[in-house]
Design a binder for this molecule. Structure first.
Ligand code: NAD
Ligand code: SER
Length: 316
């Protein structure tokens, strides 16, 4: 089997840092090229500074490393995108076009591009939201993800591009910081619980959202990318479900380890975004087509988060 050469674009973000680690284990570190607009301390190598909007540099890097697969993670997330909607549209859409066009030209064999639960909107049925349903997102992030999904399917049907995608819920992990989303509270809360036994939440107590522990998300990503092409029947993006909970419930889960933990609520503009998203997801197609199944529930995730964040090596 020919060796895969993988380029991660946006490798220094919340998902990229963990995905790079997993891909390096599976494919060998020399075959996983990290890239981002910003370099970080302890930067994983090989690394290239790349602005995904710079098509020429993207071409050069793909040629230089004989890249076969691209994981495109660079994007503005929901909360940041609302503050800068024009740039969010430019980055989220033109970044995707630059990669899809290279795949169309045959310069890349396989593309991974993540979508989000943000493709759904206030008119979508919010409990166990099915794969196929009303989709009227009212955030610029959700609109860009929905348009991105349509383009992925179009490039697959029209040009045979092997593009694969998952609608991630809010992702929670201890190895990396979240990058400007509405679900970020569910990471911050663990750090603050350990630091000061209290947390002021920017969403209200009963705001239930679909979430997932990062290890499950990385496993889902590798599973869909490694599945035989004929099993990936949906080329827009797959629903995947992990855990659904609200701030009150995650606080209760934390109290099983830190009994005096307290939470207060001061909803801000992110509340409106959260209110437009589903509470839980039906992922029957992902389970049936490529065998998806989550491993983590809320309490299992809480235990792992607190254990790792409180270790002196990793401490948050
Ligand atoms: P993040 O913000 O943590 O990381 C994005 C990375 O992209 C950052 O390191 C940033 O420096 C880099 N970047 C920004 N602009 C760039 C550019 N012009 N060129 C190259 N790199 C650039 O985001 P994340 O949470 O890792 O999300 C990655 C992808 O997954 C995004 O498409 C996001 O929409 C999607 N997603 C994430 C979540 C989640 O909960 N984290 C949920 C659903 C979907
Ligand atoms: N976690 C992401 C966000 O809140 C969902 O796509 O923006």
């Amino acid at each position: 089997m020919a060796t895969e050469r993988i380029l991660i674009i946006g490798s220094n973000g919340q998902i990229g840092l963990e995905l790079a680690e997993a891909l390096r284990k599976n494919y060998g570190s020399e075959n996983v090229i990290c890239s981002d607009v910003r370099k970080i301390e302890n930067q994983l190598e090989p690394f290239e500074t790349l602005d995904i909007l710079d098509q020429n540099n993207l071409h050069q890097i793909v040629k230089k490393y004989h890249i076969t697969q691209v994981y495109l993670l660079a994007a503005l997330l929901s909360a940041t995108a609302e503050k800068n909607p024009k740039f969010a549209w430019d980055l989220n859409m033109n970044g995707l076009f630059n990669v899809l066009d290279m795949a169309k030209e045959g310069l890349i064999k396989k593309v991974y591009w993540p979508s989000s639960i943000a493709v759904f909107g206030p008119t979508t049925p919010s409990v166990l939201t099915p794969q196929y349903t009303v989709m009227e997102p009212n955030t610029i992030y959700g609109i860009s993800k929905q348009a991105g999904e349509r383009y992925c399917e179009y490039y697959h049907q029209k040009y045979g591009v092997d593009v694969r995608s998952i609608r991630y819920p809010g992702l929670i992990g201890w190895k990396s910081a979240p990058g400007g989303g509405t679900t970020d509270y569910a990471v911050h809360i663990y750090h603050e619980a350990l630091k000061q036994q209290s947390y002021e939440c920017f969403l209200s107590a009963k705001t239930t959202l679909p979430m997932m522990y990062m290890e499950d998300a990385i496993r889902a990503t590798l599973s869909i990318m490694e599945a035989p092409a004929d099993q990936v029947k949906i080329r827009s993006s797959y629903n995947v479900a992990g855990i659904s909970f609200n701030p009150e419930e995650i606080a209760d889960s934390i109290r099983k380890h830190i009994p005096n933990f307290s939470i207060s609520y001061k909803p801000d503009f992110r509340q409106t975004i959260a209110d437009s998203w589903p509470q839980s997801i039906n992922d029957a197609e992902a389970r049936e087509h490529w065998g998806w199944k989550p491993n983590y529930d809320l309490d299992k995730m809480t235990q792992v988060m607190l254990e790792n964040l409180s270790s002196p090596m990793e401490g948050g």
